[in-house]
Design a protein around this ligand. Structure first.
Ligand SMILES: Nc1ncnc2c1ncn2[C@@H]1O[C@H](COP(=O)(O)OP(=O)(O)O)[C@@H](O)[C@H]1O
Ligand SMILES: [Mg+2]
Length: 374
């Protein structure tokens, strides 16, 4: 495997996370028995492996045991409101329907009475034109598309269900995250009631639900929650084995890497990519030999970009926090800085809130960087 820190890992190179993937399989099994699959929220900080897990689960849907249609969708923050979101999601859904093997086979069989060209356009898109006038909101668009596709494609092709994978759902915040969370929950709950096995699995930052007010509590309850943390030591070992097949001191290197990165997948992928390039063909890895160079690269590619998105005053605060003896700090000790600074840095992913009024920098290597530079 070649580590690619800037892309979700390919499902066949996916490492570890066995309990999480197994929980997902279990949910699919339950859905096949009851006709409705539980929906999932995958929560975790930046770079921890949310997108990778979603992409793995989407591959799981296609396993013969389940035979479900996955619809992967990346929620960008330029989407705008729920209606626009629904339209784009339905487009993606169309594409997935048109490419699904079992549906293609079915449509080919019906070619005489159903024009084949509709497959190119996307099956739902074509049929959607007539009632379009009546579809005034995103909810109605999505509902119509799913009901229609269920009846005309999913059931005839004997697929067991549909799972929408919405990556980075927090990007959708118009009119508000609460409203979006409630709308989605209502939407997918109603499919369950209509015996349409269609669920969602979304990803968002770890604090997504704690930011949602009690108003949206039903939305919080609706999901099975998967909190993703860093890789354990055995997972780190498995990761190193997949990358450095021929290296003899892998266990030792995995130990070192785990202590440097705390098992954070992004940093592990970044560091291993560099080591793989610098030590190509070596049968032993010397962790310290290239560390200086790799850390420098990390500064250039990651940490400078982190600092580029904050104000000068925020940089001051970050440096002050890095200088503290303790990694976890109490906001009260930094009374010069209003609470809003902490909130903003948390929203930007540079601080992690560990408890009431308590924070730490998002990663020890970022802390090391702040301490070394000025
Ligand atoms: N299960 C995994 N197996 C192998 N590599 C992983 C795994 N999870 C994450 N990674 C690595 O970490 C990087 C960051 O993961 P990603 O899924 O993009 O995180 P997030 O979506 O939470 O920001 C990926 O580019 C990949 O290289
Ligand atoms: Mg992601």
């Amino acid at each position: 495997m070649i580590p690619e820190p800037n892309f979700p890992v390919k499902p066949d190179e996916f490492v570890g996370r066995r309990p999480q993937v197994e929980a997902f399989r279990q949910a699919l099994r339950q859905g096949m028995a009851t006709g409705r699959t539980p929906s999932f929220a995958v929560l975790g900080e930046w770079g921890i492996g949310k997108s990778s897990l979603l992409s793995k689960c989407s591959a799981v849907c296609e396993e013969p045991e389940f035979d479900m249609l996955p619809v992967p969708f990346s929620v960008s923050n330029e989407l705008g409101d729920y209606r626009r979101f629904a339209e784009l999601l339905v487009n993606t859904f169309d594409g997935c329907l048109a490419h699904a093997q079992s549906i293609q086979a079915r449509v080919r069989g019906e070619a005489q009475n159903w024009k084949l060209k509709s497959v190119n356009v996307g099956p739902v898109a074509l049929q959607r034109q007539t009632p379009k006038l009546f579809l005034t909101s995103g909810t109605a668009i999505l509902r119509h598309a799913v009901q229609d596709a269920w009846r005309r494609f999913i059931q005839p092709a004997q697929l067991n269900g549909i799972v929408f994978f919405l990556d980075d759902l927090d990007n959708l915040a118009t009119p508000s995250q609460d409203a979006i969370a409630l709308a989605l929950r209502d939407q997918f709950q109603s499919f369950g009631i209509e015996n349409i096995n269609c669920s969602i699995c979304f990803s968002a930052p770890a604090n997504y639900f704690s930011n949602i007010r009690s108003l949206a509590e039903p939305a919080v309850r609706f999901y099975d929650k998967v909190y993703l943390g860093p890789f354990s030591l055995p997972e780190t070992m498995e990761y190193i084995e997949a990358i450095f097949e021929k290296v003899t001191n892998r266990a030792e290197f995995a130990q070192w890497l785990h202590s440097k990165t705390g098992g954070h997948p992004y940093f592990m992928a970044f560091i291993c990519r560099q080591y793989a390039q610098l030590t190509y063909g070596d049968d032993k890895l010397d962790a310290t030999e290239h560390w200086h160079e790799i850390f420098h690269r990390l500064e250039k590619e990651k940490f400078s970009a982190d600092l580029a998105q904050v104000t000068e005053r925020e940089v001051h605060l970050l440096r002050a926090l890095a200088r503290c003896e303790e990694q976890e700090i109490n906001r009260k000790e930094f009374a010069d800085y209003a609470r809003i600074y902490f909130t903003r840095l948390t929203d930007k992913g540079l601080l992690t809130r560990t408890g009431r009024g308590h924070y730490r920098l998002y990663h020890p290597l970022f802390r090391e960087f702040l301490r070394q530079t000025k």
